[in-house]
Every structure is written in structure tokens, then in C-alpha cells.
Design a protein around this ligand. Sequence first.
Ligand SMILES: C[S@@+](CC[C@H](N)C(=O)[O-])C[C@H]1O[C@@H](n2cnc3c(N)ncnc32)[C@H](O)[C@@H]1O
Length: 283
Amino acid sequence: MLDGENVYTLLKTATTFLKSKGLSESKSDAEVLLSFVLQTKRSKLPLLRSQKPTDKQMLQYENYVLKRSNREPLAYITGFANFMGFEFKVDKDVLIPRPETEILVEVALKIAKEKNKKSVLDLCTGSGCIAISLAKLGVFEDIVASDISVNALAIAKENVLINNASNIKFIESDIFEKIPDCKFDMIVSNPPYVTEYEYADLETELKFEPKKALTAQDDGLFFYKEIATNITKYLTVNGYIILELNSNKAEDIRQIFSDNKYANIEIINDYCGLPRVLKAVKS
Ligand SMILES: C[S@@+](CC[C@H](N)C(=O)[O-])C[C@H]1O[C@@H](n2cnc3c(N)ncnc32)[C@H](O)[C@@H]1O
């Protein structure tokens, strides 16, 4: 499939091939995959331009380029995604951590520091990227992370080891079902929030991710309603709720929290100017 005998010619043919399949980031995709196969930094590829990969590396590269041409996300091909500067193992059982979710982590870290919040519950933890980033970057004494998916929790636990994080207790739970009766200073969550209607229109790359991690019933609002109505039991007085938002539903979600008597509801925009994170206080 790929004509080329050294790094330079391989990259050239892979880029042309991916471009012919309609991939907009064909050059960068070709480079990421080749640096992964050669176990080198992408920035080092120009120095290796005359190097001839082994037959095994050639086969591996062809296989990865083919997968990418079928729109499989890079993170699932390489098995890793970067989030908050840390490496997270990912596979098809977990959502690939998104850059916009880093805003939620930054908001949570700022509140924890300013208001001296020491315990946090991360609902719908998936790969564990939020809980682990909080453990690494904050000074929490107690972190609990939950998910309905046993497979996702297994990946999250591996990510704890990969990142040498500590202090995190994982619970398999359908939302609040098995969360013990205790109160947290903060509850954070990036819940599933895509509507069935939106899901039908998503690009092919997203269809590789677990549907259960993306979609929510009740027009995408199911988890926000569950959280707003049940969370009182789990939050300390003046405890914070910090949630990632479906930017198309930000006002509906604000209304849900306002109807449930939360105070100081604030919506924070992402780098594209879209409403992305809701923070509110239980008064
Ligand atoms: C949008 S992903 C977020 C993953 C991760 N926190 C992140 O930000 O990348 C939502 C997660 O919710 C989990 N989930 C779906 N339904 C759930 C439920 N009823 N109770 C608990 N977790 C659920 C999925 O398994 C998935 O890991």
C-alpha cells in the first residue's frame, strides 16, 4: 500500500494516501503514527529522514495508516492520549479525554485552592483523567471516582499506576446507586450529554467511542437532572458542583440547577467561546 523505503518517502506516501481519503490533518497524522512505530519523538523525524524502518515496522505502519484512513482516532491506534500534561491509556471502552475537559479540571483546582476544599467525587470518571489530574495537581485528601463501566474502571486503575497517582478510591456505580452516604466538598463530572439526534450527525471518528459514554436520554439532559436532584445528599454546605456542559444546552442546564435552588451559578466558556463548564454552590 505504501511506497517508500525511508522515513522521508514513507511519510510522503502516507500523507498523500491519508489526504486522498479526506483526512484534513494527513501530514500530522502520518508523522504521529510513524514516530509511534519508531518509538521516537515526532520532532526527531527530520533527523531520521534517510533511516530505513525494519520490515516489521513497515507492516505496523501500514496497518496503522490504514486504520487511520478508516477514521479510527489516533489515540485508539496509539493507545494513549495526553490530558493536563499527563499520559492516559485509552481503548475503546473509554472516551478519549478532550482538551475542553481540562477547563473543568482547572476550575476545580482553583476552587479547591481558594476555598480549601479537600474531598472530591468524580462521577462518570471513564479513563480517570479528571480524578487523576486532580490527584496529581491538587492537594485533596479524599478522591472518589465512579463509573457504570467495569472496563472503564479497569483502565482508570491502570492510569493511576501509569501516572503514579494516589488517594483515589474507585466505585462501580450507576450514577449514585452505590455511592456511599458521605459528603464531599466538591462534585465534578463530565457526564454523557449528546442527544440521540446529535449522535446521528457526529463524525465517524466519534462513532469509535463507546456510545454509552456519549449519549444521554431526555434530550441529553438525563445526567444533569439526576445530579441536580440527588446531589444535595452528597455535598457539604457550601460545597461546589462543577460540570462539563453540552454547549447547545447550557441555558437548559442552568435552569435545571436554578430550579433546584443552587446559588452562584456560573457558566465558563471554552477556548472557542462556547459555554463549557457550570459551577454552582449548594447553599
Ligand atoms: C463523557 S464520558 C467522561 C469520561 C471522563 N470523565 C472524561 O472526561 O474523559 C462519560 C462516562 O460516563 C459513564 N457512564 C455512562 N452512564 C453512566 C451511568 N448511568 N452511571 C455512571 N457512569 C455512567 C461512561 O461509562 C463514561 O465513562
